[in-house]
Design a protein around this ligand. Structure first.
Ligand code: ZN
Length: 315
């Protein structure tokens, strides 16, 4: 019996300048900046995390801002769209909000019975807002709790030979097929529903993607504890995949490997979570560093541009 994962933990993408990223995700989209830390492999650059009010797995979008880096190309072997979930009754609110903020979006369309608005972030990263029944709580911020983004709805992977990716995800990562349309197979893990959905799209005719600004770097799936984490790692390694050792990411533990379609997958633990090193009321306010970088705080803070986080609108 496969240990499996229980849904999306986070999605990590590459952006241009960090301030524009904060303005869009913590401003326009109204997600909460829940962690301001640095890229552990390149501590002179930020690693920014946005999520719901509680920084719950399944809501976490993270960015490596690479100011001045070349733009990537969205294509096969990548997460090509990241979709956020809003309540069914909030579609009018969001249509108006995107217009007010000058975000161009495509004509609303239906997918598996839900209404979808597609648009791009300021770096060209492809996003959607999906209006569906989502029982997760909202949070007050630039958008009122009633209408706020609940977290992810799903992420869409584009791969050549979709069946191989689907086989891996359904037999070994805890997913099951729940729907199918056009060239898209919808998979669900754990409890299913928004936040636990991944669409696998056949991209045989797509050019291969290139990592860079405006593209997703990897997608992480969640496991509840370290024991499950090790079991999934062992199972994937047993299939012949080149899996990294367990890495301590301060807020979760991680392993990475590339699935057959070329998408970088991460398996991440829910614990210890984003309140591991700061008060849940004040997440994301200060730059947090892992213990091994704390001695270099002075020089790190000197090279990082201070960020202004948008507050509650009208407050
Ligand atoms: Zn990650």
């Amino acid at each position: 019996m496969s240990a499996g994962t229980s849904g999306i933990h986070h999605v990590t993408a590459i952006s241009g300048g960090p301030q524009r990223n904060v303005d869009f995700y913590a401003g326009v989209l109204g997600t909460r900046l829940v962690k301001k830390t640095v890229n552990f492999d390149d501590p002179g650059t930020y690693h920014l995390y946005y999520g719901d009010g509680n920084a719950a797995p399944g809501t976490i979008m993270t960015f490596f801002p690479w100011e001045g880096a070349p733009k990537g190309r969205i294509g096969s072997g990548q997460v090509i769209t990241t979709s956020y979930s809003i309540p069914e009754t909030s579609l009018g609110f969001w249509t108006q909000r995107l217009v007010e903020h000058g975000v161009r979006f495509q004509k609303p369309r239906d997918r598996f019975g839900d209404t979808v608005l597609a648009f791009e972030d300021p770096d060209g990263l492809r996003l959607e807002i999906v209006a569906s029944s989502d029982t997760r709580a909202g949070h007050d911020g630039p958008t009122p709790a009633e209408h706020s983004v609940r977290g992810f709805h799903h992420a869409a992977l584009a791969v050549r030979d979709a069946e191989r990716t689907i086989e891996l995800m359904t037999n070994h990562l805890g997913f099951r097929r729940v729907d199918e349309a056009e060239n898209r197979v919808r998979l669900a893990a754990g409890d299913g529903g928004p936040g636990n959905l991944v669409d696998v799209m056949d991209a045989t005719d797509f050019p291969r993607g290139n990592t860079g600004v405006g593209t997703v770097h990897h997608i992480a799936f969640r496991v509840p504890d370290e024991e499950t984490h090790l079991a999934v790692r062992e199972e994937i390694e047993g299939l012949g995949y080149d899996v990294t050792p367990v890495l301590d990411r301060n807020y979760f533990r991680s392993v990475y490997f590339r699935e057959p379609g070329g998408v970088l997958f991460e398996i991440a633990t829910d614990p210890p979570g984003f309140a591991a090193d700061e008060d849940p009321e004040h997440l994301g306010e200060e730059i947090r560093l892992p213990a091994w970088l704390e001695a270099r705080r002075g020089e790190i803070e000197e090279v990082l541009t201070p960020l202004r986080v948008p507050g509650k609108e009208g407050a």
